[in-house]
Design a binder for this molecule. Sequence first.
Ligand code: VGL
Ligand code: ZN
Length: 206
Amino acid sequence: MKIAPDDLFLIIDVQNDFCPGGALAVADGDAVVPVVNRLAERFDHVVLTQDWHPAGHSSFATSHPGAAPFSEIAMPYGPQTLWPDHCIQGTAGAAFHPDLATERAELVIRKGFRTAIDSYSAFFENDRKTPTGLAGYLRERGFRRVVMAGLATDYCVQYSALDARRLGFETIVVLSGCRAIDLGGSLAAATTTMREAGVELVKDTV
Ligand code: VGL
Ligand code: ZN
């Protein structure tokens, strides 16, 4: 792919808790940092997302007595995987990885801040209806195409990519800048689902 002036580079959740040593560590998660930094330098416009939960968030297993992390429960808006406590507002775990180049970001979109609902996608919370405002921002700014990378491929990257596509943006995921949680085959499923939805998956940009 060739980068255009109306492309947006969207960096998903490159935060300490998703990196080795963090509360919800993604294997090799910190390996995306140099890749996304190098990519970000080549785009005119960069936006970051930040998973940003209040303590006691409903997606935390600890909020459901007896429930194990990585199990699934039924929430009013559908099935929800329960996670270890992570990315709690204001904690070191919620901060961006210290080597992530954040200076050129034009917007930081925080998500998951409502106790009763999780938000994987940068565009809609997990009811797939409550907007974060990012779609309106992109439209007003005139972006045509969203290129994304970050953590985790099979959760927040996938949901963001599917929503970007559904909203009518050309959507590209740069896989070399992503790492997955991979719960029970979720990476393979995410790859297939994204491809079938018309999301372009590329190894790298040239
Ligand atoms: C994420 C699980 C819970 C992600 C965020 O960034 O992919 N996954 N919260
Ligand atoms: Zn989260």
